[in-house]
Ligand binder design. Structure first.
Ligand code: MRU
Length: 360
């Protein structure tokens, strides 16, 4: 997608293919800076500290991490150690273990002398496949937008989204935002309600920034405003991404997604979830037991980052020092509140049977 008119992916290899280049998402929307990740430790730190984030991009970054570790030492021992080292960088997005297991499975079948080349090839394939999935999600999601357009007789379509499931969360295009980007390019009138998404504000910092770059009309709202605007007929559809979706169609995504889905359900507004099939964890059945919910550092809640009046980066405390803080980062929206899942394979009911068919 475009940054100041120039096309970018969110991750790629440097010219010598000895380092991974990523956009430092911690600095957006104020600064667009590229970061070089030169070894597996850099990769883990980048995932943990959310230089890169978003389920699909976390998976792709880890795959490139395995390539960097194969350059240093392509042995079985190093492969196993590297996979284990990266596995717990973040717990919730299933794409991380999905990509690592895929790398491991394929590389164990490859002679040690070919592992560097092969690991690069597989990581590129995972990355290219992610772009392809996102493009197909865009086309499938567009069908839904076109239906709403017809019903609304070409009036502006208001779409609410939570967190950032745009191209920064994937390699290109995004999941929840990809149908929006495509619809806008097809000159369909769209306006996006952007949940700020406390505490890290992926909505107000990343989603808003992506939409601005593409010149898509949007408005940032507080996380608590969604119910109100839905009651007042100001939302035609909701769409989010997912970090892990169970075999029953329950959707784990950024904290607060569940409350938006409840509100959409109460107001009879369709609630869509866009995701590549690599985000479906076919092994997880019970969403309360089988999904590890990340709890992040309390300073994400006690402090807020921004620019001061002089344009200088500043971090300020916003809570009293003695108060206890819990920072749950994800929640689960049970399948009954999800209208449809949109994947690269099509548009599916969030049921066990329909999900099974995705993998046949
Ligand atoms: O904590 P983050 O920023 O990694 O959380 C990201 C999300 O919750 C996204 O909605 C999800 O990964 C889907 S991204 C295409």
């Amino acid at each position: 997608m475009r940054v100041k008119g120039k096309n970018y992916k969110s991750i790629w290899l440097d010219k010598k293919e000895q380092a991974v280049i990523a956009i430092d998402q911690r600095l957006l929307p104020h600064q667009f800076k590229l970061l070089y990740l030169r070894n597996i430790k850099d990769i883990k730190k980048a995932i943990k500290e959310m230089v890169v984030r978003g389920a699909p991009l976390i998976g792709v970054t880890a795959a490139y991490g395995i390539y960097l570790s194969m350059i240093k030492d392509p042995s079985n021992k190093s492969l196993n150690q590297s996979v284990n080292f990266l596995k717990d960088a973040r717990p919730t997005a299933v794409n991380l273990s999905w990509a690592l297991e895929l790398m491991k499975k394929k590389l164990l079948d490859v002679n040690i002398e070919n592992r560097v080349q092969e690991s690069k090839k597989i990581a590129h394939e995972i990355s290219d496949n992610d772009i392809e999935c996102c493009k197909r999600i865009a086309e499938n999601g567009l069908k839904i937008i076109l239906d709403i357009k017809k019903k609304k007789k070409n009036k502006t379509i208001n779409i609410l989204t939570h967190c950032n499931a745009g191209w920064l969360a994937t390699v290109d295009w995004g999941t929840a935002l990809s149908p929006i980007f495509l619809a806008h390019r097809k000159k369909i009138k769209i306006h996006v309600w952007v949940d700020e998404t406390r505490p890290r504000n992926q909505g107000s910092s990343l989603t808003a920034w992506e939409l601005l770059q593409e010149k898509i009309p949007h408005t940032i709202i507080t996380d608590n405003a969604g119910g109100h605007i839905m009651q007042h007929g100001m939302v035609d559809m909701c769409i989010t991404g997912s970090d892990r979706t169970t075999s029953n169609g329950d959707v784990c995504n950024k904290i607060g997604t569940y409350l938006k889905a409840l509100s959409a359900y109460d107001n009879k507004i369709p609630f869509y979830v866009a995701l590549p099939s690599s985000t479906i964890d076919i092994k997880s059945k019970n969403y309360l037991k089988d999904i590890p919910i990340e709890q992040r550092n309390s300073n994400e809640i006690t402090h807020i980052n921004g620019l001061n009046s002089k344009g200088k980066k500043t971090k300020i405390r916003i809570t009293p020092k003695g108060s206890k803080v819990s920072n749950y980062s994800f929640d689960v929206t049970p399948a009954k509140y999800v209208t449809r899942l949109i994947t690269e394979k099509g548009i599916h009911k969030p049921t066990k049977n329909e999900i099974k068919k995705i993998f046949n």
